[in-house]
Design a protein around this ligand. Structure first.
Ligand SMILES: NC(=O)C1=CN([C@@H]2O[C@H](COP(=O)(O)OP(=O)(O)OC[C@H]3O[C@@H](n4cnc5c(N)ncnc54)[C@H](O)[C@@H]3O)[C@@H](O)[C@H]2O)C=CC1
Ligand SMILES: CC(=O)C(=O)O
Ligand SMILES: [Mg+2]
Length: 597
């Protein structure tokens, strides 16, 4: 009897010994791909040959191979492959290594006149050769993340219709009601584990970009692969194109989306509901990440689905975890405990309130009473401080309304509340002006200031401003990266407080354990793990997050912590492997060329 290990790592099938010849074995196996034979007798060679032939049969041949980004290797096909796959003469004679190809890619990128051109080049590479795209991204993550992700992805979304080359992901419109299952079935890959979905209404801090927001799910999923090693064929970007209220887009002849005002109310909810249920049907158990929905829908959708399906909202929960991690790391510099901090959020939306709730739980875990914990988190929105006397507060905001006079000026709020940490999630550039920063420096030895709004142009202040107006005493992080700069004779390198440190690892932990739900506890352990991974030398240099070059390790550790929670809390559906870490490691994809012959 053979023990056969299939592509679905959790499946072992017993093959009866009577299936001695390749043909009957092949019939028995159907179209499942045989990955390796672990135990066998005299038929190992036959089965291996059969597997090689089956693999070769799957691979497109001739010019179709060079046009297929899943299989294309560009100039890296071997001499044997050129003959076996019918491409001799269709590629140049010289065979390059992937390292040589990466050098060419980097030379091209660095030659581009601006970041948008770099984005176009990189996305075109993703269209031609995915292995090379992900390898270059992985090995040059510090240089290239600002291109495929914030800030450049924001500019790319603003120009999406104008720079459009090839479609990517699935677009679902109101006209698709009743047929979303069939749209999902059109996707070429069948084993989807992670879906990032947006309706484009709040793309970063840039507002309603309609269907052009597709750049965000595409970018986030590229990071799932680069940062956590989740194979790209298991990911799916989705845009619910429900129209846009952005007049400039509606009148732009090159806009790619449906030209209609945004769908609202029951019809909107019904479309989202059909989508979520269609995912359960076509890709059962896939993790759905809600991304960049506007405030008015985000809270409601998370509430509706978080206990029913495997999903989370990245802007609320992912951002919450990275913010909490930043605070924990800052405490390693300032001393003291979280429950004794006073935190002022400027911005009381998805990101701010999500972070507030997680911080309250973390303070309670340290022994604070719930009311005590809440009283340490203060919020400002566009109308000023969130206080008890206001009668315009949503229930989410009211949970943080404390007794205080209404103050509209953040500098005044800082002077009055004396926060130890100031967190910007308002999407309003310049809100942390010299007065605000100086006020923070007056009431703290080491003021903690996070300007988390994206993209860079929306940051509440720049890294340099934060240093200059606090005599260099600030502990700073920003949602989008700032270049290192010279300050009083030393090079300051600040950290990026962005949910990219969280969602890839959480996703990896969830899909490897087969978690049925994504819980707040998972984000809590993700935050703790992330903060622990900040090295003393990072802190020394001014960084309260690990260098991005360590992101794969960070994601792996977070995945492990998240999977532990899934097993401990009875949420896992994959049997617990003996060695969880080895199991997760074995599933991590490293982009390298496969030998086809
Ligand atoms: N660094 C990161 O990982 C993340 C950053 N963000 C960024 O955070 C920003 C906000 O995102 P969401 O919370 O989802 O948006 P949201 O629309 O839900 O909330 C924005 C909040 O800012 C408030 N606000 C507007 N103008 C203000 C002003 N002048 N003063 C004080 N408050 C003001 C609004 O009243 C609202 O409460 C965006 O720029 C987004 O890119 C969001 C998620 C993750
Ligand atoms: C980073 C992110 O998710 C945002 O700015 O929306
Ligand atoms: Mg987002």
């Amino acid at each position: 009897m053979y023990r056969v290990d299939y592509e679905r790592e959790d499946m072992v099938i017993r093959v009866p010994r009577r299936l001695v010849d390749a043909e009957s074995l092949s019939r028995f196996l159907g179209d499942v791909t045989l990955r390796s034979l672990l135990e066998s007798t005299e038929h190992v060679e036959t089965a291996r040959r059969m597997e090689r032939q089956r693999r070769l049969d799957q691979i497109p041949k001739g010019i179709a191979l060079l046009r297929n980004p899943d299989y294309n290797k560009g100039t890296a096909f071997t001499e044997e492959e050129k003959d076996a796959l019918g491409i001799r003469g269709l590629v140049p004679p010289r065979v390059h290594t992937i390292q040589e190809q990466m050098a060419r890619v980097l030379e091209n990128i660095r030659r581009k006149p601006n970041d948008l051109e770099k984005y176009i080049f990189l996305i075109s590479l993703q269209d031609r050769n995915k292995t090379l795209f992900y390898r270059v991204l992985l090995e040059n993550i510090e240089e290239l993340m600002p291109i495929v992700y914030t800030p450049t992805v924001g500019e790319a979304c603003q120009e999406y219709g104008h720079i459009f080359r090839r479609p990517r992901g699935i677009f679902i419109t109101p006209d698709d009601r009743g047929r979303i299952v069939s749209l999902l079935r059109n996707w070429p890959h069948k084993d989807i584990r992670i879906i990032v979905v947006t309706d484009g209404e709040r793309i970063l801090g840039l507002g309603d970009l309609g269907a052009d927001g597709m750049g965000i799910p595409v970018g986030k999923l590229a990071l799932y692969t680069a940062c956590a090693g989740i194979h790209h064929s298991r990911t799916l970007p989705v845009t619910l194109d429900v129209g846009t209220d952005n007049e400039a887009l509606l009148s732009d002849p090159l806009y790619i989306g449906v030209r209609r005002p945004r769908l609202r109310g029951e019809e909107y909810d019904a479309l989202v509901d059909e989508f979520v249920m269609a995912v359960q049907h076509v890709f059962p158990g896939a993790l759905i990440q809600f991304e960049d929905f506007a405030n008015r829908n985000a809270f409601r959708l998370l509430q509706r689905y978080r206990h029913r399906v495997c999903c989370f909202n990245d802007d609320m929960q992912g951002t919450a975890a990275v913010t909490l991690a930043g605070l924990y790391a800052a405490l390693r510099l300032t001393g003291g405990s979280l429950k004794d901090q006073t935190i002022l959020f400027v911005g009381a939306g998805e990101a701010g309130l999500g972070a507030g709730e997680l911080i309250v739980s973390a303070m309670i875990a340290e022994g604070a009473l719930p009311e005590e914990a809440r009283s340490r988190c203060w919020f400002m929105d566009s109308k000023g401080l969130i206080v008890r006397d206001r009668d315009d507060l949503s229930p989410h905001k009211r949970a943080f309304a404390h007794a205080h006079p209404l103050v509209a000026d953040p500098a005044e709020a800082v002077a009055s509340l004396r926060p130890t940490a100031l967190i910007g999630v308002s999407g309003q550039p310049g809100v942390f002006d010299a007065r605000v920063l100086k006020a923070m420096a007056r009431v703290n030895d080491r003021p903690v200031v996070f300007a988390l709004s994206n993209p860079t142009a929306k940051a509440e202040c720049t890294a340099r401003e934060a240093y200059e107006h606090t005599d260099g005493r600030v502990i700073f992080a920003s949602g989008s990266p700032f270049e290192p700069f010279e300050y009083r004779g030393r090079t300051v390198r600040t950290g990026q407080g962005n949910n990219v440190y969280i969602f890839p690892g959480v996703g990896l932990g969830v899909i490897t354990s087969g978690a049925r739900q994504v819980t707040d506890e998972m984000f809590f352990v993700a935050a703790k793990t992330l903060a622990q991974m900040v090295l003393p030398e990072d802190l020394e240099a001014g960084m309260i997050f690990p260098r991005l070059s360590r992101i794969r390790d960070v994601s792996l550790r977070i995945a492990l912590a998240v999977a532990h929670v899934a097993y401990r809390d009875g949420l896992a559906t994959v049997p617990r492997p003996e060695d969880l870490e080895a199991h997760i490691r074995s599933l991590v994809y490293y982009p390298d060329y496969e030998n086809y012959v």
